[in-house]
Write a protein that binds this ligand. Structure first.
Ligand code: FES
Ligand SMILES: [Fe+2]
Length: 428
């Protein structure tokens, strides 16, 4: 019998090979035969740096919620591929995003906690007070080319030497921004394809929930001592449910899970029916969104948006987790619990939200603990990769192959599941 483990690349892998297709041969096999992605992809600074450019700086990344930039001048400061980005809304109501960098000498314009740009709807640099409009236009460069010169001092601040300077050339550096449902996405590519091409059939699958109207209700933050891909891979399989989540397993039964993936840069699974309350908690306490039809009315949708966002949609609430890579072995998770106004029109809404928040916090802490243990194991160079359990881990295979595609410079969107693959257990 051949030793499959011995045939996997020995560690450490030469980082120069991280962009070679041949390095990933075991992950490229059909899922029934495949091994997991190279462990060095989770542990080395070289892979992390390459992945930042080839995955996170290439394509759309979900960064926040539309409700946080609902009005002109609202803003959030987010990080994508290590770059700080301002997302705001201009006076015409259009979403805008810019690199958070002053065009003068590069000062960071807004701090991470900024929620609204400065007075008068201007983004003003704290260093020499260059000011920018919500559409990015440079509005003023004090004492440089004529603006803000005190009356009577014009001769002192003669602008003649400011030759060949045109404010119009010094607007903020733009970043592509789009939204879908309640999520805002940015792309660092200069000319990205439309977000819809990345999302594939997902907007159609989730259309019944009218996600564009959902509002953030509770937020959390978790510092995780694990690579961001482990957070995603853990989210996209239900294989671990009985052992890691005894409580969730009561609410959302193992055998009620099935795959739910069309063409698009995402992985998906569902539970139908998503059970209601049990001793361990449950989903009651908020109304379902009005007008949900068919399976939308009694399912939980669990979608991982490539590259780094978990989206859970139930009939009466949603849970989102943004996984921000910080280091090969460190990820910051920002979580948001959202609900539609239909769901919030309930006398016990606060108690219902409290219960949901507590429940998701419990589930997430269980997940964090287990992925940190995976990270610890991956650091051991004796381990070269493991066999995927094809029954349950096809979404990981799909995801890891999306990562490999980007690392080797391939741009393509995975096809959907054949219908016959979707359901493991008999259809309810
Ligand atoms: S660096 Fe921003 S105004 Fe000088
Ligand atoms: Fe889990």
């Amino acid at each position: 019998m051949s030793d499959v483990h011995a045939s996997l690349p020995a560690r450490p892998v030469d980082p120069a090979a991280f962009t070679d297709e041949s390095l990933y041969a075991a992950t490229r096999l059909p899922v029934e035969l495949a091994s997991t992605l190279l462990p060095d992809a989770y542990t080395t600074p070289e892979f992390f740096a390459l992945e930042r450019e080839k995955v996170f700086a290439t394509g759309w990344v979900a960064v926040g919620c539309t409700a946080d930039v609902a009005r002109p001048g609202d803003c959030v400061v987010v990080e994508v591929a290590g770059r700080s980005v301002i997302v705001t809304r201009d006076r015409e109501g259009a979403l805008r995003a810019f690199h958070n960098v002053c065009r003068h000498r590069a000062t960071t314009l807004l701090t991470a906690d900024a929620r609204h740009v400065g007075r008068g709807g201007r983004i003003r640099c704290p260093y020499h007070a260059w000011a920018y409009d919500l559409d990015g236009a440079c509005l003023g460069t004090p004492l440089f080319e004529g603006s803000d010169v005190p009356a009577g001092q014009e001769p002192v601040f003669d602008t003649a030497p400011a030759r060949a300077f045109d404010r119009a050339d010094h607007g903020l550096l733009p970043v592509a921004v789009e939204s879908w449902g309640f999520l805002v996405f940015v792309s660092l590519e200069p000319e990205p394809g439309p977000l819809s091409a990345q999302l594939g059939d997902l907007p159609r699958r989730l259309a019944g929930y009218r996600l564009e109207g959902w509002l953030p209700q509770r937020r959390g933050r978790y510092d995780v001592a694990a690579n961001h891909k482990l957070v995603g891979e853990n989210f996209m399989e239900y294989y671990h449910l009985p052992w890691v989540h005894p409580e969730l397993s009561q609410v959302s039964r193992f055998s009620d899970h099935y795959r739910w993936q069309g063409s698009g840069m995402y992985t998906g699974m569902c539970t139908t029916p998503v059970s209601r309350n049990s001793d361990a908690g449950g989903w009651d306490g908020l109304n379902p969104v009005h007008g949900l039809a068919g399976r939308d009315a009694d399912s939980g949708r669990f979608v991982w948006l490539f590259p780094s966002t978990a989206l859970v949609v139930l009939p009466n609430h949603a849970f989102v987790l943004f996984a921000q890579p910080v280091a090969p072995n460190r990820t910051v998770e920002t979580t948001v619990l959202l609900a539609h106004p239909d769901s919030l029109d309930h006398p016990d809404r606060e108690a219902g939200l409290d219960r949901l928040e507590k429940f998701w916090d419990l589930v997430n802490r269980q997940d964090v603990e287990i992925v940190e243990r995976v990270q610890q194991g991956l650091a051991n160079p004796a381990y070269r990769g493991g066999r995927m359990c094809f029954r349950f881990e096809e979404p990981l295979h799909r995801f890891q192959n999306m990562v490999v595609d980007r690392m080797v410079g391939l741009r393509r969107v995975p096809a959907g599941d054949p219908a016959a693959m979707a359901r493991m257990f008999p259809d309810p």
